[in-house]
Design a protein around this ligand. Sequence first.
Ligand code: FAD
Length: 388
Amino acid sequence: DKVHAPVVILGTGLAGYNLAREFRKQDEDTPLILITSDDGRPYSKPMLSTGYTKDTSASDLAQSDAGSMAKQLKASVWTMTHVSEIDTANQMIKVGDAQTAIHYGKLVLAVGAQVIQPPIGGDGLDKVYSVNDLLDYDDFRTAVKKNDVRKVCIIGGGLIGCEFTNDLLNGGFEVETVDPLAYCLPTLLPEPAGKAVQAALEAKGATFHFGPLVTEVNKAEQGVVVSLNNGQTISADLVVSAVGVRPRIDLAQASGISTNRGVVTNRLLETSAPNVYALGDCAEVEGHVLVYVAPLMAAARALGKTLAGEPTEVAYPAMPVTIKTPACPVVVAPPAVGAAGDWSFEVDGNNVKAEFRDTAGALLGFALTGEATKAKLALQKELPVILG
Ligand code: FAD
């Protein structure tokens, strides 16, 4: 019997573990290795921004541990192991100090996205947290406890910033949120919908500063002082930076694999290097960088089959995103970048139904807030697929 070279998956986030599950449904025998630079505990990342609402610690969110996952997946899971180089010609990866090299039959990049660090000065940066994985989440919650935090300043009023604003308000904290644009979720929502979210969060006690950039965070007698470029200052006990994420492409780039905004793949999730694939937040699939759960689940189902010898293209249906701001629930399916059409609005208080249609009347996107989120299913059916 031929010995199969292993399938190696880099990353044990939702993309890495779901792919491993899908692959094992098709192939029980090929050796499978998962390598992660974190501790390999499986968790649902969206729950990182509902922690004070649901009162969940990091260990509450961990669904099991790397050892149990290894057993379940008939795989070997290497934790706290950073992959520093891929030799695509010889199908080898180098781990850690590059003393250890392993050969792969097929390699999958599921290395996720990294947080964007805004250029901020000052001597209080150790009080600025970003929460992008379970270990960050643990650090943040520990700091909140240790510093007896009452008031938090959030940098960024996008998806993560607004979810944290709502979650921390639910947890009884005072919250001030800063964003250089004009209203909540400015890159995802048209203005009336963003203003509805803003009004609902303000009614719960949030204070927003729209327009300015944060320039410095400095230590104060108690906590920190956050300086804005409009001359204002905000005092807070702790700062959360939530200005967005970008696909992690450094490893691919350093290994000569094509990258653009993400690691470039075709619909088979193949990168430019033979037997190297990518999915999840790190991937750019036929031009689409979609840093959400639904697309990575679709990709994992297709790639699980492809890796098992049945080449399967990924299909992306319309995938509206639900934003976890319970003060004003949001569902949004943004129109494709550059799509020609116009928004129309039905506004009733904080309930906004916004539809983006082309001149022929075809629905290309929508944004729903409050009670209007009930229209989600009907509108979703009308949307075009993303990759058919
Ligand atoms: P990750 O979970 O980031 O996993 C990356 C893995 O790669 C990690 O295991 C890491 O250790 C490993 N790694 C990285 N570099 C290396 C290396 N060089 N060597 C070895 N290992 C490496 N999406 C939704 O659809 N709905 C939501 O409600 C929602 N809420 C969210 C809330 C928050 C607070 C955040 C941060 C995101 C949210 N998202 C949501 C986005 C969603 O969680 C992500 O799209 C998804 O979890 C990405 O999974 P991933 O496996 O691609 O990446």
